[in-house]
Ligand binder design. Structure first.
Ligand SMILES: [Zn+2]
Length: 455
């Protein structure tokens, strides 16, 4: 007897590149039936007029910080509500907790809202060694960095991420040395560029060099925050040529025309600011005493000094360029969801429904099938999750059932916690996590350690 049977839904078959209609059944967390029959099942869901998608995979987010007395999931909870079943944290070189501590925290909490894959954050390891943002690594520090990164990989990290812009002293030699640790073809490296705006093209060229020289699968992180201020057309053209030469290169991007990062970071240092920001009034702060306040010179200075961990949002990107990145034949969707004390940018809770509602339905800028592939099978393959991101016999039963006519994000810059609409069910490992849009089990997710390729 099947545990769950979903009938009459339309689902993507990426092998045939089409949407099919049929029934999907699962047993012990695995898809064991696809067809038109009605085999007996403990639980049946009628998905007529609905899309049954593989659960969305967010290849670029920043996991919850589970330290402290009363840790709680905030981004994890938002991920689940927007249909994500597997998320990848530890991006941009930032890893809130060492992996062994994070896993312990997750165990204490009895699981997590969604499955979690983790990168080892290169910058974080620098900070653990007490290194400053502009401090070049000495030979001894480089050895220590490698040791720390190795420990994270042994704990199950799926690759290494770099936040080059945040620690400008980081050299290509440092990065290439770290990448030698990724000695299995399944590993992925990701990098937050060195410079955005006028520095975008040079930064993309640098990442391409790193990708080619390392021979590692390499992800250009959140392309839109790098190049959506006038450089996107050139960037996409360049990336297309680069991928033709090196198919291990790709990128992720999010569907908002504002970026977000810590106000205390290098991004807001005078020199860097001059590179990308014409008007300080386009920068909004996200926490009291400056919640939803746009910056003046004085406020910016005060916030950087007193509240360096506060997230700021910069409304500087062009919508046409955001759309171009999302609709490009390359690339995938990643939320870059990051919050500080529950405050931040709506992308943490709206990214995937926004792509499906705004760009697929309202603007018809890309097809439903292409959008789903950028949210499921492409990131699954990037992260070497061979059982996820697809509806096939033997695949994991992680599914998101939604109404393509109504799905849309709810979160705004002022109210980031508003739940998206149009998502009926989220299923993790064959068990129902969200039922008719209501969370019924938010601890079904697990940490997914990296698995070496079989030779
Ligand atoms: Zn980043």
């Amino acid at each position: 007897m099947l545990d769950v049977l979903i009938i009459n839904g339309r689902y993507p078959d990426f092998r045939c590149e089409e949407l099919k209609t049929g029934n999907i059944g699962a047993e012990k967390g695995m898809i064991t039936y696809i067809g038109t029959q009605m085999p007996p099942a403990r639980h049946t869901i009628d998905a007529a007029d609905r899309i049954v998608s593989p659960g969305f995979i967010d290849i670029h987010m920043h996991e919850d910080d589970l330290r402290g007395e009363t840790p709680q999931y905030i981004i994890g909870d938002m991920m689940l509500k927007m249909g994500v079943t597997t998320a990848c944290g530890g991006n941009c070189g930032i890893q809130q907790q060492r992996l062994c501590d994070l896993k312990t925290s997750m165990d204490h909490l009895g699981g997590s809202p969604v499955n979690l894959v983790m990168f080892a954050g290169y910058n974080q390891m620098r900070y653990l060694l007490g290194m400053g943002h502009n401090e070049p690594a000495s030979p001894a520090q480089r050895r220590a960095l490698l040791t720390l990164l190795k420990e994270e990989l042994e704990e199950g990290a799926s690759g290494i991420s770099f936040g080059i812009e945040y620690d400008p002293a980081m050299t290509d030699a440092d990065i290439l040395e770290a990448l030698t640790l990724l000695d299995d073809e399944g590993y992925l490296a990701s990098a937050h560029f060195r410079e955005s705006g006028t520095g975008a093209i040079a930064s993309i060229e640098e990442m391409n060099r790193l990708a080619k020289e390392s021979g590692v699968k390499f992800q250009i992180s959140h392309l839109s925050s790098c190049a959506a201020t006038g450089q996107m057309a050139e960037s996409l053209q360049l990336i297309d040529e680069m991928i033709a030469e090196n198919p291990l290169l790709d990128f992720d991007t999010y569907p908002y025309n504002a970026f977000s990062t810590l106000i205390g970071s290098e991004v807001f240092e005078k020199e860097s600011l001059d590179q990308w920001c014409e008007d300080i009034g386009t920068i909004m702060l996200t926490k009291e005493p400056y919640k939803n306040v746009f910056c003046t010179e004085e406020i910016l200075e005060e916030a950087r000094t007193k509240y360096p961990d506060m997230l700021a949002v910069g409304f500087i990107m062009n919508e046409d360029e955001i759309r171009a990145a999302i609709c490009d034949k390359h690339g995938m969707i990643g939320s870059d969801g990051i919050l500080f004390g529950g405050d931040g940018h709506p992308r943490a809770s709206g990214t995937f429904p926004r792509v499906l509602g705004k760009y697929v339905r309202e603007e018809q800028a890309l097809s439903l099938l292409d959008a789903l592939s950028k949210m499921t099978i492409k990131p699954a393959d990037r992260l070497s999750l061979s059982g996820k991101g697809r509806i096939e016999l033997g695949a994991d039963c992680d599914l998101t059932i939604f109404d393509e006519k109504t799905i849309i994000d709810g979160a705004t810059y002022e109210e980031i916690h508003v739940q998206p609409q149009g998502i009926d069910y989220v299923i993790l490992g064959g068990q129902i996590a969200m039922d008719h849009g209501v969370v019924v089990n938010d601890r079904l997710g697990r940490f997914i350690p990296f698995r070496r390729s079989e030779v």
